[in-house]
Structure formats: C-alpha cells, structure tokens
Ligand binder design. Sequence first.
Ligand SMILES: C[C@](O)(CO)[C@H](O)COP(=O)(O)OP(=O)(O)OC[C@H]1O[C@@H](n2ccc(N)nc2=O)[C@H](O)[C@@H]1O
Ligand SMILES: Nc1ncnc2c1ncn2[C@@H]1O[C@H](COP(=O)(O)OP(=O)(O)OP(=O)(O)O)[C@@H](O)[C@H]1O
Length: 267
Amino acid sequence: MYSEPAPAKLNLALHVRGKLPDGRHRLETVFAFCTDGDLVAAEEADGLSLSSSGPFAPGLSTGEDNLVLRAAALLQKAAGTDQGATLSLQKNLPVASGIGGGSADAAAALRLLTRLWKIDPAHAAAVAPELGSDVPACLLSMSARGVGAGDELELLNDPGVSGTAVLLVNPLAPLSTGEVFAHWDGEDRGPLDDWREGRNDLESPAVGLVSEIGEVLSWLKARPGAAFVRMSGSGATCFAFFDDESTRDEAARAVPESWWHLATYLR
Ligand SMILES: C[C@](O)(CO)[C@H](O)COP(=O)(O)OP(=O)(O)OC[C@H]1O[C@@H](n2ccc(N)nc2=O)[C@H](O)[C@@H]1O
Ligand SMILES: Nc1ncnc2c1ncn2[C@@H]1O[C@H](COP(=O)(O)OP(=O)(O)OP(=O)(O)O)[C@@H](O)[C@H]1O
C-alpha cells in the first residue's frame, strides 16, 4: 500500500489581471501549502476503483467524475500502461472551498501512481494542467508564484513563512470557482509584487455571493495574535497567520460551532 498526502493549498495573494484568449482569467498568485490536508492511498489492481472516508466523504461522488479517478485515467492513458489501482481517499477538507481539495487530491493521485506504476514523472506533469489550473501547483506542493491561468509556475525559495501557525476557517457554504470568476467586476487593479501588500481580487465577488465570508474575515482579524488575514482562492475558506501556536490554538477554540476550521502550519 502506497499513500500520499494532499496538502491544503492557500493563495497568499491572487490578482486577476484580465482574460486569456481561452476565456479563463489571467492571474498572478502566490501559492503556499499547509502541513495538513486529504490523504490518497493506492494498491495495485486490475482496473481503477475508488473508495472514500473522512468527514467530507459523504456527498462526494467516488465515480469517474472524482478528480482522483480522472487523474488516474488520464495518467494511465498518457503513460500507455494497462496497470490499474484500488484507490482510497480520506476526505478531510471541505469540497469546493478555495483550498484546492480536489486539485490536491488529483495531484496526490498523480504522484502516487507514478510511484506505484514506476512510470516517467513527466507524464504526471503533462496531464496536470488538463485536470485544473491549480493542479500543477498542487503537484509541486511547494511555495510558488503562478501566472497565466495560475498554472505557469516559478518556485519561490522561501516566501519567508514556512512553519507559520495558521488557522483556516470556512463558513461551510460551498462556492463554485467558475461562478466567483463570473462575478469579478473586470477591473485590473494592478500587478502582484509583494504578496503581503497584495490582495485577493476574488474576495469581493465571493462576499457578494456568500456574505458570511465577510463575517469570517472580520472575526479572524479580531483575534489576538492574528498577523495576516485573507481569503484563499475563490473562497469561501479564509486564513489567518498567527504570531505563535498558542494564540492560534486560542483562536481555534473560539471558532463558532457552525463554521469548519483547521489549525495547521505552512509547509
Ligand atoms: C481560484 C484558484 O483556486 C486560484 O488558485 C484557481 O484559479 C482555480 O483552480 P481550479 O479549481 O483548478 O480551477 P479549474 O477547475 O481549472 O476551473 C474552475 C473554473 O474557474 C475558471 N477559471 C479557472 C482558472 C482561471 N485562471 N480562470 C478561470 O476563469 C474556469 O474557467 C472554470 O470555470
Ligand atoms: N476529490 C475531490 N475532492 C473535492 N472535490 C472534487 C473531487 N473530485 C471532484 N470534485 C469536484 O470538484 C469541484 C471543486 O472542488 P475543489 O475542492 O477542488 O474546489 P476548491 O477547493 O474551490 O478548489 P480551488 O481552490 O482549486 O478552486 C467540486 O465541486 C467537486 O464536486
């Protein structure tokens, strides 16, 4: 049995600069990853199958539309192999929540099956962008700057935050990434230089769709020790960096019952 972590993804900043010829949006973003997330496991088998467990498994299909199986099928085809796998997914992250759960799962499946099937890792890199614009970043799961659709990457040696205590909070309202992009107002607010000074341009359209995100952001900003607060991706998950573990844990204990939270660290 092989297993592979699928770390939660954060966009430390996300600037929407316009549209690409293919209709997607042109982004400038800084990705970072957490030490916690989902977990994908696999063992050799004939054919491909998937089972799931964990708090967010109920309601998530384990059929061909699951990104884990889509990744496996694409990789099988790209590598020209007839090897199969029995896959399992421990779904700890909320679905459609801006922290790349599905993208991280797909990327973890690509890394895992590359090892299990002993195939060239170049196949995983080749199919990743087809599975979603966040999948190439999740395949690396290291801090990176993304441009283009967010899938043209440049590794960042150290955005200076590895090991930071972070709290993720989600009001448990799923948000469709496509719908949030569709509500972006079309105004280019300028380039991304320093992520700390930057923005998440999807925050405003996401709050317009789910007003509770505004409450989560205000709640996080009011926590003692919260040093940096922003929404990730297309939402609705927001995150705060804390000065230390004890202020992070104190904030985690105070999260309202109806919200999901995860106390973690940056990788
Ligand atoms: C918002 C981010 O999470 C930031 O990292 C990503 O850009 C979204 O990545 P993702 O979930 O892998 O997204 P995809 O599955 O590729 O696309 C979901 C939806 O968002 C839109 N989309 C995505 C990326 C992009 N640069 N512009 C877009 O308009 C797509 O057209 C699609 O309607
Ligand atoms: N393994 C999976 N985990 C989560 N979602 C999946 C998975 N497979 C397919 N999906 C579908 O993909 C969609 C996006 O889910 P995901 O959790 O990746 O969104 P997200 O966290 O908003 O991602 P991003 O930050 O990359 O936009 C969901 O609507 C879900 O139905």
